[in-house]
Ligand binder design. Structure first.
Ligand code: 5GP
Ligand code: ZN
Length: 113
């Protein structure tokens, strides 16, 4: 857990562009944006996956999703936005600290790769 980059960002030990926050979560700009708006909503406390967080603190998950939804609405057009939670290797998760991607500003395609 000491090597977790999102724990370090949450603790202010690694730099990131923080765009918003709630009581227990922060929202940062993704380092490698895949859309005109690409934010990550990250709980300050370390949970490896959505399942871990849900099992321990479902209210935190609601808080994280609520912040992501508000940011999507704020940064997306009237046409909408996309929230993504990659989970595990097959889900494409590369950082083992729960985060919700907020993607907005372009028309998304489906299915994702
Ligand atoms: P995942 O693949 O785990 O769903 O998403 C991880 C995301 O974190 C990727 O979109 C990647 O660009 C982003 N990312 C990885 N390292 C950093 C970092 O140090 N700072 C920021 N702001 N984003 C990062
Ligand atoms: Zn962490």
């Amino acid at each position: 857990m000491n090597d977790c980059i999102f724990c370090k960002i949450s603790a202010g030990e690694l730099p990131a562009k923080i765009v918003d926050r709630s009581a227990h979560a922060i929202a940062i700009e993704d380092l490698n944006p895949q859309a005109p708006t690409h934010l990550l909503v990250i709980p300050v406390e370390h949970y490896a996956t959505l399942g871990d967080a849900t099992a321990t603190d479902a209210r935190l998950v609601a808080e994280v999703m609520s912040l992501a939804s508000r940011l999507g609405a704020r940064h997306g057009s009237e046409g909408g936005f996309r929230l993504v939670v990659n989970t595990g290797a097959d889900g494409g998760q590369t950082v083992g600290h729960l985060h919700v991607h907020v993607l907005a500003g372009r028309r998304m395609t489906w299915p994702p790769g």
